[in-house]
Ligand binder design. Structure first.
Ligand SMILES: *Cc1c(COP(=O)(O)O)cnc(C)c1O
Length: 386
């Protein structure tokens, strides 16, 4: 099938020969679990963010979020505040620890968690706020950090969409939050297949998360096999998890990280072209980052405006008929049976996200997408969105 009539997927990882060579090298080295590649990836990731922090590689962002909440001592009876417009991973980790999630509505423009509604959701049980930089646009972190400070609660950033994004001139990962967690899932802005990176400036939290990442062993396998202490000796200090990254993933991540500036430029270009081409349609285009700030453009989320005649589902069907895949980010958590029933949630409690959800759809934006493919997405939207 030629590219002209092939189906355009919602996302496709951008993996080249350099990545394949790096993974093959890791496999041939004889060290396939956490080892020198993962160590180097952690150091390079920390430098990419500008240094002054610890970067801890894990096998998913979900694992990283779990480690963060565990290290902060979050447990039964505690509450964490998070947006309802997110993936379930953001809050399922609170339930792993016996804590509960308090879901909050979004700001109508950015669709990020509404800072005013965070303050209203705080109770004596609140231990943390987990903002999500929706689509790659940083939340109002100045406000959120102020609120957290005032109430003595922690901030754990779910930065799964936000590599790289800036907030007031600082890269996400460099703010004063307790922990920031990035995802390298297949469709994120860079990938290790499955994987994530936990970042913190707090040494005690870093130490706890490193121990809990690998069974509660007080030193990880690489140290054991390379340092002078007897290689057979280790101590278990807690019932930890199995969240370490493989060296194949670490090797892949190192190459992707080197390509990240090119990925970033490509995403900016693709987003700019969508803005230029879609402005005349009855659509609400995504909020842009303030002047001089970086939007990571993990997602390009459109909403049908009040003037649109077609429904969201008709648009998605029309695009599919034209060979263009779409997605919806997200079915809000308050509509998901588990969260809805556990907390007795109703759509009326989340008017902004409800209105957005009825009209939203995400269109393909990935670095491996060609200009021709993007032209086909634009042409399909022009014929389907009325
Ligand atoms: C992808 C994603 C996650 C989970 O990332 P994994 O690496 O797949 O565990 C968490 N939160 C959000 C908002 C995500 O998009």
């Amino acid at each position: 099938m030629s590219t002209a009539d092939s189906f355009i997927p919602f996302a496709r990882p951008d993996i080249g020969e350099a990545e394949i060579d790096a993974v093959a090298r890791a496999m041939r080295s004889g060290w396939v679990t956490t080892g020198p590649e993962t160590r180097a990836f952690e150091q390079e990731f920390a430098s990419y963010l500008g240094g002054g922090l610890e970067a801890i590689a894990v096998n998913s962002a979900t694992a990283g979020l779990h480690l963060a909440l565990e290290a902060l001592g979050i447990g039964p009876g505690d509450e964490v505040i998070a947006p309802t417009l997110t993936f379930t991973a953001t809050v399922e980790v609170a339930r792993y620890l016996g804590a509960d999630a308090v879901l909050v509505d979004s700001d109508p423009e950015t669709l990020n968690i509404d800072a005013d509604k965070i303050e209203a959701a705080i109770t004596p049980r609140t231990k943390a706020i987990i903002p999500v930089h929706y689509g790659g646009l940083a939340c109002d972190m100045t406000r959120i950090l102020e609120i957290a400070d005032k109430h003595g609660i922690h901030v754990v950033e779910d930065a799964a969409h936000a590599l790289p994004a800036t907030c007031n001139g600082s890269l996400i990962g460099q703010l004063q939050s307790a922990v920031t967690v990035f995802s390298f899932y297949a469709n994120k802005t860079m990938t290790t297949g499955e994987g994530g990176m936990v970042v913190t400036k707090n040494e005690a939290l870093a130490a706890r998360m490193k121990v809990m990442r690998l069974h509660g062993i007080s030193r990880d396998a690489f140290d054991r096999f390379s340092s002078k202490t007897p290689s057979w000796y280790y101590e278990i200090v807690a019932p930890g998890f199995k969240y370490n990254m493989t060296d194949m993933a670490g090797a892949l991540g190192r190459v992707q990280l080197r390509r990240l500036p090119d990925f970033e430029r490509r995403r900016q270009m693709l987003a700019a072209r969508y803005f230029a081409e879609l402005s005349d349609l009855p659509l609400i285009l995504p909020a842009r980052a303030p002047e001089g700030q970086t939007h990571a453009w993990h997602l390009f989320v459109l909403r049908l405006s009040d003037e649109a005649k077609a429904t969201r589902d008709e648009v998605i069907q029309g695009l599919s008929d034209a060979g263009v895949a779409t997605s919806v980010h997200y079915v809000p958590l308050h509509r998901q049976p588990y969260w809805r029933d556990r907390y007795g949630l109703a759509p009326e409690q989340f008017p902004v996200v409800e209105k957005a959800y009825q009209r939203m759809f995400s269109i393909p934006l990935f670095t491996a997408m060609s200009d021709d493919e993007q032209a086909r997405v634009i042409a399909a939207l022009k014929s389907v969105v009325r």
